[in-house]
Design a binder for this molecule. Sequence first.
Ligand SMILES: N[C@@H](CCC(=O)N[C@@H](CS)C(=O)NCC(=O)O)C(=O)O
Length: 197
Amino acid sequence: MWCVGELGVEYHRHDLGHRFGGLDTDAFRQLNPNRTIPVIQDDDHPPLWETGAILRYLANAYGNQAFWPRDTARQAEVDKWAEWAKINIAMTFTVPVFWQVVRTPKAEQDQHANKHAVAALEHKLALADAQLSEGAFLCGADLTLADIQLGHILYRYYDIDISRAELPNLRRYYKMLADRPAYQTHVMISYDELRAP
Ligand SMILES: N[C@@H](CCC(=O)N[C@@H](CS)C(=O)NCC(=O)O)C(=O)O
């Protein structure tokens, strides 16, 4: 949704999954046999699932040259960081850190494992920090698709109750993202309903 917001695409959003339910219906299975979100349907194209594919579709259909260069080599550079962030950051944050720290009852948490998971994440985030010493955004002066894959994690990373490493460029970058209206609307939203009781 952050990407949709940044690109100014008109949308009609249907909330499904988690407390909204609705993933187990036959109608939803027609849209995505995996029964997961997100799914988009644009014009009369077939439904599209898998976040990475959805983001590339949006970038190709609606992104300008700065967001998603059409030059093959420059596009590959953006795609490289987008893929890197999806695999190295989103996957080392969501289940190993966020799920453990926020979605697991305190009594069941393994603090030692949590520390290790945060350290593994920050080992990867240090690469983003180094890259961000070279430019405002991950791939230079402009927001690109790569920033969507990295940046959407940072609201929760900076908000949850953990001790964080000093990563000054990443923090500066996060502050800049947090000033963007689309980021505020679609990323900086409460996750209280996900908290373990
Ligand atoms: N590889 C898929 C993963 C999709 C996925 O696991 N979605 C989760 C939400 S992030 C889901 O639908 N969970 C079921 C639910 O929320 O009820 C993608 O990147 O789109």
